[in-house]
Design a protein. Structure first.
Lengths: 346, 243
């Protein structure tokens, strides 16, 4: 291998690694706040990417209708659980969030969709659609069982993944899609050529990591989310609603997933079920980070990306095997280092 | 004196086992009330249920409003606060962040004033404000737990065993602070195994045994009750036998 090839592989690995880093951070965030291992993270990626790709071709993606349907179910759940103490304020809030927001989004999508719609508007629409789905997914599938064990939450998570993947096939079909690049600019540095797209990937990843750091370190809401992760009862005792923390975590995770999807869909063809594999690589990074450490997760994600790039060069048939094998030494090391703990009851 | 907290005929069960049976109690404005009793009498269970951590059967009202439909977060918003036995601090966050989160539901300007008051009450916390809560000593953690609860400007502060596992000199400090809270317009419902210290600062007291109140009255009367003296204060009056 010569230096040029190595540089190319490194560049490729870092670009993919940056996307895995975003997904890994979202997984750590959701797990820390809600104890849910977010398997459907990959679906947020495909939904974001393919909704964006469909909007770019002037079609209305089925995801926006799913958002409306999920909103109606979420509204029903809100009413059902609050049936003993139904305040007007509560109902109005629920109508605004669960009915007005997705319906407005549906109307907006139909009004704006077209072949010549600017890329920025398509991105915004795709993000809003996936954000709504993420929010309602928490309300419908996880909020009612928020107090149960990690295992129950994991089973629900797998169920959501299967359901959303199946719906993905209905919405986007079995054919792969590609979306338009965010920018066609390119810069050359020696033998390397940096496309606008890959620069956007680096830029957005760094921006997101900095933004998350500022959010969790310096804002009241961010600190409240951390507090919920550290001690749920303690958080409730100071008046932090853990359901709201869960909603914010899912909202952030779905937006991060959708952004990752929109970033990669101009580079690789995505299918309705590609997201799962991409999400799993973020998951590997999150596991290496112990599902708690954000910096370790980001570093591990870059490592996963680089290992993937090199193994696809040397042994492309075994690319995924090599990447997923990374998790085994990590788990062995962790099981040796960490004392046996019983799952904490909530 | 107006009634702040009223609890009537409350039952609390863990599955089929009733831990608290038919308990009624009241706490007035600007009053310090204590519940004393042996380990396992149901004191902590009662406090947790009043806060909404555990479900209960019976009538409860706070500041004249029925508490049944409200959850923990609503109760915090109406001015009820619990410092639990295990303190439930945010261990990986620093002292100042813990206190700041105590004022989660309070306007920023008011929270700044509360912070000054809490630092005046516990100067040690100000010295340690950048230290992680999990690395504080037991006494400092108790101060932080109380400080965090006070940041929310509660009308009634419920303290669960604040003296547990602390050195006597720190216990004295904690109880002195509880006494000072009354001057700041905060009522206190204190659950304690250290009956002597609790009865000294309280206005009224309830004695709990096996999930029921067996005695109630002014703290003075309870302290001089022979049965209480024998069981909880560690001495016997002549000619009496301990129960």
């Amino acid at each position: 291998m010569n230096t040029t090839i190595m540089l190319f592989l490194l560049q490729d690995g870092i670009t993919n690694g940056a996307v895995y880093a975003l997904l890994g951070l979202a997984l750590v965030l959701v797990f820390a706040v809600t104890r849910v291992i977010l398997i459907p993270q990959g679906e947020f990626v495909t939904y974001g990417a393919l909704s964006y790709a469909m909007l770019a071709t002037g079609q209305v993606p089925g995801t926006v209708k799913l958002a409306v349907a999920m909103g109606v179910v979420a509204f029903g759940l809100d009413l059902f659980f609050a049936r003993k103490a139904l305040h007007a304020r509560l109902v109005l809030r629920s109508v605004a969030l669960n009915i007005v927001f997705p319906v407005a989004l549906l109307a907006l999508t139909y009004a704006l969709v077209g072949r010549n719609t600017p890329i920025a508007i398509n991105i915004a629409l795709a993000l809003l659609i996936v954000a709504a789905i993420g929010l309602f997914l928490y309300r419908i599938a996880f909020q009612p069982i928020a107090h149960t064990s990690v295992l129950v939450l994991l089973i629900a998570s797998v169920g959501c993944h299967l359901a959303l993947q199946g719906l993905g096939l209905v919405f986007f079909g079995a054919e792969g899609l590609r979306g338009p690049a965010l920018s066609n600019a390119a810069v050359s540095a020696g033998p390397l050529r940096f496309t606008g797209q890959s620069l956007a990937v680096y830029g957005l990843t760094v921006a997101f990591i900095v933004a998350l750091w500022l959010f969790f370190g310096y804002t009241k809401t961010g600190k409240a989310l951390r507090a919920t992760a550290v001690n749920r009862l303690g958080a409730r005792l100071v008046g932090i609603r853990t359901t709201l923390s869960g909603q914010i975590a899912f909202l952030l995770a779905s937006v991060i997933g959708a952004i990752s999807g929109i970033l990669i869909v101009p580079i690789t063809t995505l299918y309705y079920d590609t997201g799962f594999l991409i999400g799993l690589k973020g998951f590997i990074a999150a596991i290496i980070g112990g599902l708690v450490s954000y910096p370790l997760t980001a570093v591990a994600a870059i490592l996963v990306g680089i290992v993937e790039a090199f193994s696809s060069f040397y042994a492309s048939n075994f690319k995924e095997v090599i990447v997923f094998f990374l998790i085994i030494p990590v788990l062995v090391l962790r099981s040796l280092a960490a004392p046996a703990v019983e799952e904490e009851k909530d | 004196m107006s009634t702040l907290l009223s609890v009537a005929d409350v039952h609390i069960a863990y599955g089929k086992v009733e831990a608290v049976r038919g308990v009624s109690l009241e706490v007035g404005a600007n009053e310090i009330v204590t519940i004393i009793g042996a380990n396992g009498a149901g004191k902590t269970t009662l406090l947790n249920a009043i806060m909404g951590v555990l479900p209960l059967r019976g009538r409860t009202s706070f500041a004249g409003t029925d508490m049944a439909p409200s959850d923990i977060e609503d109760r915090v918003a109406t001015g009820l606060s619990l410092v639990p036995e295990h303190r439930e601090l945010f261990g990986t966050m620093n002292v100042e962040d813990n206190l700041e989160l105590g004022a989660f539901r309070i306007a920023k300007a008011v929270a700044a004033q509360s912070l000054e008051r809490v630092y005046a009450l516990f100067p040690r916390l100000k010295e340690r404000r950048k230290q992680l809560a999990g690395t504080l000593s037991g006494g400092e953690q108790q101060m932080l737990a109380m400080g965090r609860a006070l940041m929310g400007a509660p009308k009634l502060l419920m303290l669960d065993e604040p003296s547990l596992g602390l050195a006597p000199i720190i216990v004295a400090d904690i109880f002195r602070t509880v006494g000072e809270l009354r001057a700041a317009g905060v009522s206190v419902l204190l659950v304690e195994q250290n009956a002597q210290a609790a009865l000294q600062i309280a206005d009224r007291a309830y004695v709990m045994e096996l999930g029921e109140f067996v005695l109630q009255g002014s703290a003075k009367d309870i302290a001089s009750n022979t049965r209480v003296a024998a069981s909880y204060l560690g001495f016997q009056h002549e000619g009496e036998s301990a129960i």
